[in-house]
Design a protein around this ligand. Structure first.
Ligand code: MG
Length: 250
């Protein structure tokens, strides 16, 4: 039985279309047009635990040249064995100021626990000198939820308690977006996202202009220094690096 090949006219038309060289053009129109020179910048991620090539290294184990003291020009924190130990009186501020950023910091509470609650291995990591991610030895140590280890202090407890034992090195990887003043004068909240030892503990939590609790700096600012707190407990830090995420602040 004779059948009609309905594809024949289409095939013929397709050949003509191809011969005209229109297929590559049509494909180009169907896919997002991106110039090859618009590639993302190349960043060498470095070795595990190391700083990426576009990071600003604030402390690499040798000196505190990137910091100033809270109550004195030169920071008095003790540098020893590749780490720096919080030492009274007062915390330390980075000399450079930051807004939107990615921060990596490693810390260790004293190996021999002393004190209870907020008195055990207390320090803090404050972006812009204002917004504290709590550092606290919460391994078998209870305290109020929004003041425990990894809390956005005074505002939001961590999703989980991912603490290692006292004396062991722990890691915070923090993504911070600063509050921003808009054209109408209102301030758009920023946000905190925090991983503690690789575990998500703060998931895009709002950071308001006034979300400062027991902070050395307050009030609106476009950027500010990183601040590490001295709370009277000898907490150690190492491998501190930061990447700016806001092109305008570079
Ligand atoms: Mg603290």
């Amino acid at each position: 039985m004779k059948t009609t090949d309905h594809s024949a006219p289409f095939a013929s038309g397709f050949r003509q279309f191809a011969l005209l060289g229109l297929i590559p053009l049509s494909l180009a129109l169907l896919t997002p047009a991106q110039a090859e020179d618009a590639q993302p910048p190349v960043v060498d991620p470095g070795q595990p635990g190391g700083a990426p090539s576009d990071a600003i290294v604030l402390f690499a184990g040798k000196d505190l040249s990137q910091f100033r003291g809270q109550n004195q020009p030169e920071p008095k924190w003790k540098v020893e064995n590749g780490a720096v130990e919080s030492t009274p009186p007062g915390g330390i501020f980075s000399k450079e100021e930051f807004a939107d950023c990615q921060l990596h910091v490693e810390w260790a509470a004293p190996a021999v626990p002393a004190g209870e609650g907020q008195g055990r291995g207390n320090s803090g990591v404050y972006l812009m000198g204002r917004y504290e991610i709590q550092v606290l030895d919460c391994y078998n140590n209870k305290t109020y939820p929004n003041g425990q280890c990894g809390a956005f202090y005074g505002h939001n407890p961590p999703l989980v308690n991912a603490c290692r034992k006292p004396g062991e090195w722990q890691v915070y990887d923090i993504i911070f977006h600063a509050p921003k003043r808009l054209a109408d004068g209102k301030v758009q909240p920023g946000s905190y996202t925090v991983l503690h030892n690789g575990v998500l503990i703060q998931d895009h939590i709002p950071v308001g202009e006034a979300s400062t609790t027991a902070a050395p700096l307050s009030g609106y600012a476009e950027k500010g220094p990183l601040y590490l707190q001295d709370h009277g407990n000898p907490v150690c830090f190492r491998n501190i690096w930061i990447r700016r995420l806001d092109a305008a602040a570079k």
